[in-house]
Design a binder for this molecule. Structure first.
Ligand code: NAP
Length: 232
């Protein structure tokens, strides 16, 4: 049995990735703050943790890795706030950076020695915004640019030990990520990805032969469309 740890496993893309990994024969430990009732199964173990609580994060990951060497770690948790940068409160800027960038860095630091032993795979769910200017999402785009950059550096550091590092950069995907925005995905089916599309990409990248690493995978919907939410 292979073992995986997934952050952001309680909803959206991370939840679909966790389900896909279970289907693929993994036992999965998933981190989030709020899980649906009965999320736990014999192969999926929900762990409640705010990723900004570093002590708890490290304690949880220690308890997993000591019992089960991890083959795959997926850093998927993320948060976004939108608007003109001068209107985004400092606490929200800190939350974006701590969840999207600091927690993957800390988790990687904590688990990298183990991943070298298992010749495991680390997958970072970044975003197309890593390479675009992020008007109205400047802090979010910066967090994703940082994450994609970090992933590339970790690959260069760890590749000779057989650690695979994969960055997935999705475009607009139908999840709750836009709950804080005044816009959302387009109405046309071809204007948005589904979380399962990203999960399929994760499995595709994981199933490459060990000599071959899909370092960065960008997924975009066929057409570009966003729509303004109706005012409440
Ligand atoms: N949706 C898109 O268009 C899109 C595009 C590109 C990249 N992405 C990236 O995909 C990843 C997943 O996002 P999503 O679209 O699936 O949105 P989502 O449904 O809102 O999922 C976000 C996940 O992150 C977790 N999370 C957020 N803050 C946390 C915290 N402080 N502590 C622990 N967990 C926390 C949430 O768990 P709780 O709610 O339980 O706290 C949830 O499981 C993010 O990194 C996002 O940036 C999304």
């Amino acid at each position: 049995m292979k073992h995986a740890l997934v952050t952001g496993a309680s909803s959206g893309i991370g939840r679909k990735i966790s389900e896909a990994l279970v289907q693929d024969g993994f036992e999965v430990w998933g981190i989030g703050r709020t899980f649906q009732k009965q999320a736990e199964t014999s192969l999926f173990h929900p762990l409640v943790c705010d990723l900004r609580d570093t002590d708890r994060l490290l304690q949880l990951s220690d308890s997993i890795r000591q019992a089960h060497p991890l083959d795959v770690v997926v850093c998927c948790a993320g948060v976004a706030y939108y608007g003109l940068h001068e209107e985004v409160a400092p606490a929200r800027i800190q939350e974006i950076l701590r969840v999207n960038l600091e927690s993957p860095m800390i988790l990687t630091q904590h688990l990298l020695r183990d991943m070298k032993k298992t010749q495991g795979t680390i997958i970072y769910i970044s975003s197309v915004t890593a390479h675009l200017s992020g008007a109205h999402a400047a802090a979010y785009a910066a967090s994703k640019a940082g994450l994609s950059s970090f992933a590339g550096s970790i690959f260069d550091e760890a590749r000779k030990w057989g650690v695979r590092v994969i960055t997935i950069e999705p475009d607009m995907t139908e999840t709750g990520l836009y709950r804080n925005a005044d816009f959302t995905t387009g109405e046309e089916e071809t204007s948005r990805l589904l979380p399962e599309d990203v999960a399929d990409a994760v499995l595709f990248a994981l199933h490459q032969p060990t000599r071959s690493v899909i370092r960065t995978l960008t997924i975009r919907p066929q057409i570009q469309r966003i729509r303004r939410k109706a005012r409440e």
